[in-house]
Design a protein around this ligand. Structure first.
Ligand SMILES: [Zn+2]
Length: 108
C-alpha cells in the first residue's frame, strides 16, 4: 500500500479530460476514455476464477456515448462514481485507485 495522502480535494472536467487536485498538491488528469477503460466494476474488470482466467461481462464500452460523462457523484469521502452517457454507472473509483491512474498517466 502506498503511504502518500490520497485525499482528493477537487476535480473538474475540461473537454475530454478530468483534472484532479490532491491534498498533497499533486495535480493530474485522466482522459475520459482511459477512465472508462479502467472501470473497476465487476462487469468491466471481469471476474477471475481460481486459475486466474478473467470472465468479462456483456456490457462493452464501444459507442461514442461510452466515453462521455453525464455526471459524477461523490461516494462518501473516499470515491467517485461516474455516470456515462451510455447508461453505465456501476464503477466506483476510490481516490486511491484514481491516484494510481493519475500517476500512471504522468509516466506516459
Ligand atoms: Zn464498468
Amino acid at each position: 500500500m502506498s503511504q502518500h495522502k490520497t485525499n482528493l480535494i477537487d476535480y473538474e472536467q475540461v473537454n475530454d479530460l478530468l483534472i484532479f487536485k490532491w491534498e498533497d498538491g499533486f495535480e493530474s488528469y485522466i482522459p475520459l476514455r482511459t477512465l472508462r477503460e479502467k472501470c473497476p466494476c465487476a462487469n468491466c474488470e471481469g471476474e477471475k476464477d481460481v486459475f486466474g482466467n478473467i470472465y468479462k461481462g456483456t456490457i462493452k464500452a464501444n459507442s461514442k456515448e461510452s466515453f462521455l460523462l453525464k455526471g459524477i457523484q461523490p461516494v462518501g469521502y473516499y470515491a467517485l462514481r461516474p455516470f456515462w452517457q451510455d447508461g453505465h454507472h456501476a464503477g466506483i473509483y476510490s481516490f486511491e485507485f484514481l491516484r494510481t491512474l493519475c500517476e500512471n498517466q504522468k509516466d506516459n
